[in-house]
Design a protein around this ligand. Structure first.
Ligand SMILES: [Zn+2]
Length: 476
């Protein structure tokens, strides 16, 4: 008979302790794995989406319903409808009005659909909801991108542009947030796929976002640069000039608009009246390399600092320019081309004490429950103008409103500043683009705008009233 081995109480205690260690060890491991799973689903997953090198970005749309794009007040600008088979249809409730700024998500993408593609394909839904969706093989709802777009301002701008082709953009100078951006002609993003071949094969320019991709002669809005260079080179606001309606040097004659004779005036008055004769004469006196340095400082021939994609550069050159080209350049004709957003950025920096804030449209992202995911803070580019330049430009641009071509902007409700332009773009002098570049402020609130209406004629007759509509709407 085998003698049953008696375990000592001490040995039994040791086994219990080992058992407890193994049990707690497994429990700890389980908790770690559960924690990692929650962490991955909730947070870490976005790093994969975030990477622009992610080759499987399009596959994400198989798991995530593309998020909504909203205006600042929550108005839905783009959303996805999902059927029982989990097929998505992208819908743009505001149609043509936001076609360029919101863009489209098929056929190569454009606008905010392109700029915020990563954000729209992230999902920060509550993790239990995500797990349930996974189990039921349903897609998770992507985050919503809330833009800085002001619907009242956009409505006013869209209606105000009527049937003119052209573009307008409004920025908040202190943050760089885009308040409104409209380009015409426009299109219905709801039918972009059906009409794609028509747009691309007929050479139509409706898909062009003229606010960021239209390159226009700046006309007299360029006198902001010419004036600044003149004053920086020692010229004065009180310098006396006499306009006879035109100015001739060599074989080039520059005419004032409609051959108006502005007569005796000082430099500030010549700016307010947009006198081409004085600015052609002044242009000849300027240091060409100094003018080129100023243009470079103000971001000509450079990629504009903004989160927006596919923005065209403005171009400026006085290289090998003869006196005729120098004169034409000084009044904003010549070879200079600008984008409306660039001119809005220049106005915005003047309004913001010389500091340029980078234009952006994404204000924040939120999950499907409306909880904030990420706020996109304003980005400071740097100083475009020093303090004395800001003082000079504000005085001159205010004088345009009180005593010049911008008088339709005069009101007691707010203080407006700006420069008009009438830009010829062909040998046919009767055709010209109507420009306004400027800003307005009321207490602490500010707005900067650039407007170009193609073939609309004089800036004071067409672009200025539209600026008035925008300012009135914004400060209402
Ligand atoms: Zn004149």
């Amino acid at each position: 008979m085998r003698k049953r081995r008696q375990e000592s109480p001490r040995r039994r205690g040791s086994i219990n302790r080992e058992f407890a260690i193994v049990t707690y060890g497994f429990l700890l491991l389980f908790l770690c794995m559960a924690g990692y799973f929650i962490y991955f689903v909730g947070y870490a997953g976005e790093d994969f989406i975030d990477s622009p090198y992610n080759p499987r970005l399009s596959q994400l749309s198989e798991h995530i319903i593309r998020g909504d794009i909203l205006a600042a007040d929550g108005t839905v600008l783009a959303t996805s409808e999902v059927d029982d088979a989990q097929n998505e249809t992208r819908v743009y409730p505001k149609g043509n009005e936001y076609a360029h700024i919101v863009g489209f998500s098929s056929n190569g993408m454009s606008g905010t659909e392109l700029d915020a593609n990563f954000q729209l394909l992230r999902s920060h839904s509550f993790f239990i909801e995500k797990i349930i969706n996974e189990l039921q093989e349903r897609k998770n709802q992507g985050d919503a991108v809330v833009t800085s777009l002001d619907t009242a301002l956009t409505d006013a701008l869209y209606v105000g542009m009527a049937n003119y082709e052209g573009a307008a953009v409004a920025l908040d100078p202190e943050t760089g947030k885009i308040l409104a951006m409209v380009s015409k002609p426009d299109f219905d993003p709801n039918t972009i796929a059906q009409n794609w071949s028509y747009y691309t094969e007929t050479g139509s320019s409706v898909l062009l976002n003229r606010a960021i991709q239209g390159q226009y002669p700046p006309g007299s809005t360029f006198k902001i640069l010419t004036a600044l260079e003149y004053l920086n080179e020692g010229g004065g606001m009180e310098d006396a000039f006499n306009c006879s309606g035109s100015y001739t040097y060599g074989d080039t004659t520059i005419h004032c608009y409609h051959n108006t004779v502005h007569g005796a005036q000082n430099f500030e008055e010549a700016f307010a009246h947009s006198c081409n004769s004085v600015f052609a004469e002044v242009g000849l006196s300027l240091d060409k390399s100094g003018m080129a340095r100023l243009a470079k400082r103000l971001l000509f021939n450079r990629t504009l600092p903004t989160e927006l994609k596919n923005v065209k550069k403005s171009s400026f050159s006085l290289k090998d320019a003869d006196s005729g080209l120098v004169m034409r350049t000084a009044i904003g004709q010549g070879n200079t081309l600008v984008t409306p957003i660039h001119m809005a950025m220049i106005a915005s920096a003047i309004a913001n004490d010389g500091v340029l804030m980078e234009p952006s449209v994404i204000d924040h992202t939120q999950n499907d429950g409306g909880t904030l995911v990420r706020r996109y803070h304003p980005v400071r580019y740097g100083e475009l103008f020093d303090e004395s330049e800001v003082g000079i430009l504000r005085e001159m641009m205010r004088y345009v409103v009180t005593n010049g071509t911008g008088s339709k902007l005069y009101t007691d409700s707010y203080t407006a500043y700006g420069k008009t332009g009438t830009a010829e773009f062909s040998d046919n002098k009767s055709e010209a683009h109507s420009w306004f570049v400027g800003f307005a402020e009321q207490d602490e609130k500010k707005i900067a705008v650039a407007i170009v209406l193609e073939r609309a004629g004089s800036g004071s007759e067409h672009a200025v009233p539209l600026a008035r509509t925008m300012f009135d709407t914004y400060f209402r």
